[in-house]
Design a binder for this molecule. Structure first.
Ligand SMILES: Nc1ncnc2c1ncn2[C@@H]1O[C@H](COP(=O)(O)OP(=O)(O)OP(=O)(O)O)[C@@H](O)[C@H]1O
Length: 469
């Protein structure tokens, strides 16, 4: 091979498929940029510091075990070491590689790649890799081939979550493919993917993945509504006279919504007490056990999981929701019972419940009670004394959810009341309800004795009377 050193203009050298045992046994032509030594018999790598202008080096199928000697090849952007006997990735630190092929080796672990900041294409197919840890800092990676490895867990894809330029990944012939919904789960974890296992990721798949693993509230509500509608239709049909929908005067329901422990339940009870001629509290069903002091039927109807599921299947709920691992649901009968007394129903629920209720034929008024000072809200949560840190964090994080909906969907809530000060919040709510009801105060007092309807007796509370214009 020594004659090559007399070819100063040589740029590309293909010496593949020969029987060379010592590669680069010659003084390098200074312009040499691309070299292919694949299918030879060198097996031991040597110091290539004299080849600093190399940009592409192919050393496939030469029985190589160890990679070293490339430290000075600072211009090397394409390196292929496919089908060798490499068991550990070493000696590639700080190279400016854009493409690295290690296909068909015996690598078990992805390691020592974190300094390859420019890497865009990585081929690790046909190895023995089980975990994708070790790739998380390669922010320019756009294409990874991991076909025929030993990856068995979908959650391994989470290591690639921050690689926002990643568009193609191949996980064909890995045990993970046997997992149910494997493809959707990977698409959900890697939402920038364009090609997965050599098949285009469609927009429909992306939507299905999000709907499955992190469904938007609208989707949760639509599913909830569909479930209850379907189960209700399977039952003998009953006309609910008292809450029958009518165009001009829907049955009046007041929904207080907001994050857990924002005071909505307390305010709902207070309102129903003070305006007992107009409102009654609609107790939802729940599978959670009663807290200290809670009575069955007063705050909630406490039922077992089995009873709750039976109620769902009997089509008894208008809406349901899972919160904190428990089920909550507003039954048709709860609303009917209040309606039969000639009263409006006052309930409290989380946002998902509101979304679901908006799909039904009921047309409640929705009042959002929102904490504006997080510290004060946290104090309320702590004061209850039965929430774990994780539960409190969830509750706090949901404040933003309510605020976002309010910001982005004006009119979604009919009214918004800050609830940092419960007394003030109740005062505002009361004023609002009086406005709703068209009530007047005599003598400026704020108690129940001073509250009277403006033009109708309390026993005759009509639906149109409650309706807000
Ligand atoms: N049918 C329902 N649909 C949706 N959310 C509901 C329903 N019933 C209750 N919730 C809400 O579920 C959350 C958890 O209720 P739970 O009573 O266990 O907590 P809490 O600490 O007592 O909260 P709060 O004082 O706000 O009622 C509350 O925000 C409550 O308003």
């Amino acid at each position: 091979m020594t004659f090559y050193c007399h070819m100063p203009h040589l740029i590309i050298l293909d010496a593949s498929h020969n029987q060379l045992t010592d590669f680069f046994g010659f003084q390098p032509p200074k312009n040499l940029k691309e070299v292919n030594f694949s299918h030879n018999q060198m097996s031991v790598m040597k110091d290539l510091s004299a080849y600093s202008s190399l940009t592409k080096l192919i050393l496939d199928c030469i029985l190589l075990k160890i990679t070293k000697g490339l430290e000075k090849c600072k211009r090397l952007s394409h390196l292929s070491l496919a089908h060798n006997k490499i068991s550990r990735i070493r000696g590639l630190d700080h190279l400016s590689l854009r493409t690295l092929c290690l296909r068909g080796n015996v690598i078990q672990k992805i390691e020592n790649l974190q300094t390859l900041r420019n890497l865009q294409v990585l081929d690790l197919s046909c190895n023995r890799i089980q975990s994708l840890s070790g790739l998380q800092n390669l922010h320019f990676l756009g294409n990874i081939n991991l076909e025929s490895n030993l990856i068995s867990e979908v959650k391994e894809a989470a290591h690639l979550h921050d690689l926002i330029l990643l568009r193609e990944i191949n996980l064909l012939r890995n045990p993970v493919q046997d997992q149910e919904d494997y493809r959707l789960a990977v698409i959900f974890l890697l939402q920038h993917l364009v090609l997965l296992d050599q098949h285009t990721v469609t927009a429909e798949e992306k939507v299905s993945a999000v709907n499955k693993y992190d469904p938007p509230l609208e989707v949760i509500a639509a599913r909830d509504h569909m479930t209850h509608l379907m189960y209700q239709l399977m039952q003998p049909q009953v006309i609910f006279d008292s809450t029958l929908p009518s165009l001009d005067a829907p049955y009046p329901i007041l929904v207080l919504t907001g994050p857990q422990a924002c005071g909505k339940r307390e305010l709902a009870h207070k309102l129903c007490q003070e305006f007992s001629d107009y409102f009654a509290y609609g107790a939802c069903h729940t599978t959670r056990g009663p807290y200290y002091g809670e009575e069955d039927g007063s705050d909630y109807h406490f039922v077992t999981e089995e009873e709750f599921q039976n109620m769902i299947q009997m089509g008894q709920f208008v809406q349901t929701m899972q919160y904190g691992g428990h089920w909550y649901g507003l039954s048709r009968e709860t609303i009917e019972r209040v309606a039969r007394e000639g009263l409006a129903c006052c309930v409290h629920m989380e946002l998902e419940g509101v979304y679901s209720l908006k799909n039904s034929y009921f047309e409640p008024r929705y009042v959002l009670l929102i904490p504006t000072v997080v510290d004060t809200y946290v104090c309320f949560l702590k004061a209850r004394g039965f929430y774990s840190n994780a539960q409190m964090e969830t509750a706090v994080s949901r404040i933003d959810l309510y605020a976002k909906i309010n910001r982005e969907s004006p009119g979604f809530f009919d009214n918004i009341i800050p609830c940092d000060d419960r007394a003030e919040a109740y005062h505002t709510l009361k004023q609002l309800v009086k406005e709703y009801l068209g009530l007047e105060e005599h003598g400026g007092g704020g108690d129940s004795s001073s509250v009277t309807p403006d033009n109708t007796s309390t026993s005759e509370l009509s639906q149109s009377h409650f309706a807000i214009h």
